[in-house]
Design a protein around this ligand. Structure first.
Ligand SMILES: Cc1cc2nc3c(=O)[nH]c(=O)nc-3n(C[C@H](O)[C@H](O)[C@H](O)COP(=O)(O)OP(=O)(O)OC[C@H]3O[C@@H](n4cnc5c(N)ncnc54)[C@H](O)[C@@H]3O)c2cc1C
Length: 289
């Protein structure tokens, strides 16, 4: 199927994009990589009068460090991260996630901002960046604001973006010294969206274990203190004492009704905890220090 007719604007700066978006109101739609919007236009699930292509806005491709946070522009692509053109928060954490998204052709165009704005519960960045406690930077013609990713995603394919707003950047806190990161996704074949996915951050120094399970029919499920899943002992060796009963109950409370689905999600979460690897600080930061 072909999209309904629309006008296309290719602003070169953020202010122009925000003015166009404000003027267009409901009739305007942002396009970044087009990897999700393209099919939606073709299927006429959306029929905007104006598509505002933001891929050429340099400001949205910026990156760098602000204090202990890595700031990544919304139009940075999955491939930019996979190839190391932007710094990582630790040896290969973000690059590893990026390299598992779809196929290279999709990764070449698909962006971080587009993925979060689309808010597909099975999107790799949603689960990963929630585990990493990231913050979304949003701008409209009138104001800028920052929203924790946990509150930014309000449902499956739903976000807290107001009319006239777009995502400008993501703020990802540095991973703590001595922390470990684990990420496992389960799909029928490489390049497919996941059927189950978990990301965990284990910080033995602060006695923290944050776990996030994605690819459910709702925003990813965040378990702030996942130690309970491991039984009573909190020593670092306890990661292998995973209690499937507690996890099953947590998933049931979260509304995952099918017992097989809960089993698959629990297995993937256990593997993410078991596979968590120690994270060294990013090399570019070590050199700068
Ligand atoms: C075959 C295929 C397989 C895929 N597999 C996976 C997968 O395994 N894992 C995964 O995570 N993803 C997967 N994806 C999705 C892919 O990662 C897309 O890149 C992503 O969902 C959308 O990013 P985009 O930049 O292309 O956004 P677009 O398609 O341009 O836009 C998507 C939506 O976000 C809005 N938008 C875009 N940028 C902004 C912004 N800065 N601010 C506000 N709104 C914005 C648009 O208006 C639109 O509603 C797959 C896609 C395809 C086509």
């Amino acid at each position: 199927m072909k999209p309904a007719r629309f006008a296309l604007a290719r602003p070169r700066d953020l202010e122009t994009a925000l003015s166009l978006l404000a003027e267009a109101g409901e009739a305007g739609k942002i396009m970044a990589g087009g990897q999700s919007l393209g099919p939606m236009l073709n299927l006429r699930l959306v029929e905007p009068e104006l598509v505002i292509d933001i891929a050429g806005i340099e400001e949205l491709r910026r990156f760098g460090h602000e204090g202990d946070r890595l700031v990544i522009g919304a139009c940075i692509t999955h491939a930019d991260i996979e190839d190391g053109r932007v710094p990582d928060i630790g040896d290969g954490v973000l690059a590893r996630v990026a390299s598992g998204i779809a196929y290279r052709a999709v990764r070449n165009r698909g962006t971080l901002g587009g993925s979060l704005a689309h808010a597909d519960p099975a999107a790799d960045w949603l689960t990963t960046l929630m585990a990493l406690d990231a913050m979304v930077e949003v701008a409209s013609k009138a104001a800028r604001r920052r929203v924790p990713l946990g509150s930014f995603v309000t449902g499956a394919l739903a976000t807290a973006l107001e009319p006239g707003e777009l995502i400008t950047a993501l703020h990802v806190p540095a991973i703590a010294k001595g922390a470990r990161f684990g990420f496992v996704k389960h799909c029928r074949k490489v390049g497919e969206f996941a059927h189950a996915m978990s990301a965990v951050v284990i910080d033995p120094e602060r006695d923290r274990l944050r776990a996030v399970t994605g690819a459910i029919d709702a925003p990813p499920l965040v378990i702030e203190d996942a130690h309970a899943l491991l039984g009573k002992t909190r020593s670092s060796g306890s990661v292998r004492r995973f209690d499937p009963g507690i996890v099953d109950a947590a998933f049931q409370t979260a509304g995952i009704e099918d017992a097989v689905d809960r089993h698959v999600h629990a297995t993937v979460l256990r593997r993410a905890i078991e596979n968590a690897w120690p994270v060294m600080p990013d090399r570019s930061r070590r050199q700068a220090a």
